[in-house]
Write a protein that binds this ligand. Structure first.
Ligand code: SF4
Length: 473
């Protein structure tokens, strides 16, 4: 999601005449598009800020900026009201938006005679702003990613000399990035397209509904237009994004429409929720070769007791049935998942159930998270974080060891198969890429002309844990 958001930020700024540079040393302004899903991600930002020379300006956006608004309830209910109006669509549509600039001295002034007009509020009242300003005087701007269409106006308020021709859109996702969908050094022909932002599911441990707020779905035509825009260039793979991507009311329609587009090689999506899978969607995985044979469906725990506590609305049995349905399809679908270990009240017995069912599902990959409390979540307010850290780490290790074993066993069945592989890295005489199932494949380069972003055919010669070895055919 952050790749997709960053591409939009880059486009808006380039349209204003700013120039993108890769290295921090050559930049005048450094923008952090932050994540707050784990405490670690937030700590990282503070670590990075320390490394930045004070003569460079710093802007922050993304989830970390937004979830700190939770602290606002103690500050001013009117501010919250103004801020919580999402991206202020009703106002933006019919009038030129007013931006209120508040610096700490002005905070007390009355800006609120007509809060309907307030489109952007500089975050100087935020707890995060205070935290940052005392330590880093070069932090200049915090902005919500939803307010990206108003970034030019914010910059004018910050006395940047930019000419702004207002492109008034309701949703920042309606700003279409140009030909660059990613800011990575390694440019792959993979386009990330958000079809939905926010989440209304409120899993007990999760910060997303507070940082990105409630679910908003994009119109089918918008998504398809964006996909076509990329496929008309050099992109080959489309990755649809959403917190519960398959909860989009027209998800199957979007898939069907994108599958019709010229130039598409692979279509993926992340992350789905097991109980929002329709029979039709599963069938498409069997029938449509361009819809990749890979389903990443987070289970989080395989104890019904823990799932209930997490507010995940399915039982261990239901997830097992879901796995059975995928295995019954006439196509070799790779299943991967997310599991949290050490959630509140998770006993050894619960953990053993997770291990048992992991063996049953034979996951090719598990993103294992050690549970950490995120302030503001339901779990933080209602539960005790009562599994000792040492025990959490032990469970992580046990599950990870099991994953390695299962992955190695699964991969033994891959020997002799031939896959299309997208090359991600090339070094010396070797290359690393991934196939439609998202399995990592390493192979020696037969020809020097092969480069990052190419598709090549590779025959699997040797299995390994979490990777495969092969040769170009
Ligand atoms: S489905 Fe649950 S875990 Fe996923 S983003 Fe929504 S609240 Fe968070």
């Amino acid at each position: 999601m952050n790749y997709a958001d960053s591409a939009r930020i880059k486009s808006v700024l380039e349209n204003l005449g700013f120039e993108y540079t890769k290295g921090i040393d050559s930049a005048d302004i450094i923008i952090f598009d932050t994540c707050s899903v784990r405490q670690k991600s937030e700590d990282k930002i503070f670590g990075k800020l320390k490394q930045i020379s004070p003569d460079k300006k710093v802007w922050l956006t993304g989830c970390m900026v937004q979830h700190d608004l939770l602290g606002l309830s103690k500050i001013d209910s009117q501010l919250i009201k103004a801020y919580k109006r999402g991206n202020f669509a009703p106002v933006a549509k019919d009038m030129y938006p007013l931006i209120v600039w508040i610096n700490p001295q002005q905070e007390k002034e009355d800006f609120w005679s007509n809060p309907r007009d307030v489109v952007y509020i500089n975050a100087s009242f935020q707890p995060l702003w205070d935290k940052l300003k005392t330590k880093f005087s070069n932090v200049e701007l915090l902005f919500r990613i939803d307010d990206l269409p108003y970034l030019p106006l914010m910059l004018q308020k910050l006395w940047y000399n930019v000419t702004y021709s207002p492109e008034v859109v309701d949703e920042y996702t309606s700003l279409l990035p140009g030909d660059s969908n990613q800011l990575l050094d390694v440019r792959l022909p993979v386009a990330y397209i958000p079809i939905q932002t926010g989440c209304s599911q409120f899993c007990a441990y999760c910060i997303v509904p507070f940082s990105r707020w409630l679910e908003k779905n994009r119109a089918v035509e918008d998504v398809v237009r964006e996909a076509k825009h990329y496929l008309d260039q050099w992109y080959k793979e489309i990755m649809l994004l959403g917190q519960i991507v398959n909860k989009h009311p027209d998800f199957v329609k979007i898939i069907r429409e994108i599958l019709k587009l010229q130039g598409l090689k692979w279509l993926r999506y992340t992350s789905p929720y097991p109980t929002f899978y329709s029979e039709e969607l599963l069938k498409l995985h069997e029938q449509e070769q361009k819809l990749v044979p890979h389903i990443h469906a987070p289970v989080q725990s395989w104890s019904t007791k823990v799932l209930k506590k997490m507010f995940r609305w399915y039982s261990a049995e239901q997830y097992r049935e879901f796995v059975d349905k995928i295995r019954a399809l006439k196509r070799d679908i790779s299943i991967t998942t997310d599991i949290i270990v050490g959630f509140t009240d998770e006993t050894e017995e619960d953990f053993l159930q997770t291990l048992e069912l992991t063996k049953y599902a034979r996951f090719d990959m598990i993103y294992i998270g050690i549970y950490s409390v995120r302030p503001g979540t339901i779990a933080a307010r209602k539960y005790q974080d009562n599994v000792p850290e040492e025990e959490k780490k032990r469970r992580w290790q046990v599950l990870n060891d099991l994953l390695q074993d299962i992955s190695f066993q699964n991969n033994q069945n891959e020997v002799g198969k031939i896959y299309d592989v997208l090359v991600k890295t090339v070094w010396d005489s070797n290359a690393v890429g991934y196939n439609g199932q998202m399995k990592t494949i390493i192979f020696p380069l037969a020809q020097n002309s092969i480069k990052v972003g190419d598709f090549v055919k590779v025959k699997i010669t040797k299995p390994d844990a979490l990777k495969l070895w092969g040769e170009i055919v």
